[in-house]
Design a protein. Structure first.
Length: 193
């Protein structure tokens, strides 16, 4: 981390007038860059200039980066609660054993794009099942929950390849405890790079 004034998580959430949970989420998802240490106290080391750059962004930009409603205490029926255009099918992401941080997400997407370069841009559900190893029921559930986007034409779903890539590169996909064998192998291959 470059030299400059370093602030803590507590100072960050007070500066931004947000909850501690929301501040931690912003840091964990790379919206404000920081150094995350394996420590119980002082886990985050944040440069003040990065925070000031975030504050200088427009409110519209900030809203696009953070999924709507995930920090509300009340339950909501808002379907946008579990999706976010900017975070590529986001939602509330719990801490997991392994998370993509900073440039890792872009590198993982590049690896997926290379891997699926020979695949057509639009796939049927059966083709997605064949490529990813997930069951038909799981893929349809992902479509229903809008984790991946599909178009229904005459009773048949067509899914964009980019939507699948975007979903597989989210923390939600990484925290999934019932991954397909293909997905497990893909993550293992990425971690070895």
């Amino acid at each position: 981390m470059k030299n400059g004034e370093i602030i803590s998580l507590e100072q960050l959430y007070k500066m931004l007038h947000i909850s501690k949970r929301k501040a931690a989420w912003i840091l964990q998802n790379g919206i404000i860059s920081c150094e995350i240490r394996n420590s119980l106290t002082h886990k985050y080391s944040i440069r003040k200039e990065d925070v000031l750059a975030y504050i200088a962004r427009s409110e519209r930009e900030k809203r696009k980066e953070i999924p709507v409603g995930i920090f509300n205490a009340k339950k909501t029926n808002n379907p946008r609660r579990t999706e976010s255009q900017c975070s590529d099918c986001g939602g509330y992401f719990d801490d997991t054993y392994y998370k993509l941080r900073g440039n890792e997400r872009a590198r993982f997407k590049e690896m997926l794009e290379d891997l699926l370069s020979a695949v057509l841009d639009t796939l049927t559900v059966d083709e997605v099942v064949e490529r990813t190893g997930y069951s038909r029921k799981t893929i349809l559930r992902y479509v229903q929950r809008k984790y991946i986007y599909a178009v229904n034409i005459m009773g048949k779903y067509y899914i964009s390849k980019q939507s699948i890539i975007n979903y597989l590169a989210t923390d939600k996909a990484f925290k999934n405890t019932q991954k397909s064998e293909w997905h497990i192998n893909l993550i293992a291959k990425y971690r070895q790079c």
